[in-house]
Design a protein around this ligand. Structure first.
Ligand code: SF4
Length: 58
């Protein structure tokens, strides 16, 4: 799984609150790639919850 954040991220923090092992939010969300394995379910949940659909899961 590959996870990227688009520039449309508004830094709301929702992804971090749903899946804090993978997402860290300062001005915009950042992805801890080493934590993707094993956290696929909450990554998908965070992508679905992002208000601007900025989390791209491939
Ligand atoms: S939920 Fe979406 S908009 Fe909010 S911080 Fe995460 S990537 Fe950015």
């Amino acid at each position: 799984m590959n996870v990227t954040i688009e520039n449309s991220c508004i830094g709301c923090g929702a992804c971090e609150s749903i899946c804090d092992a993978v997402f860290h939010v300062e001005a915009q969300a950042e992805v801890n790639s080493s934590a993707i394995a094993g956290n696929e379910d909450c990554i998908k949940e965070a992508a679905g919850a992002c208000p601007v659909s900025a989390i791209i899961v491939e």
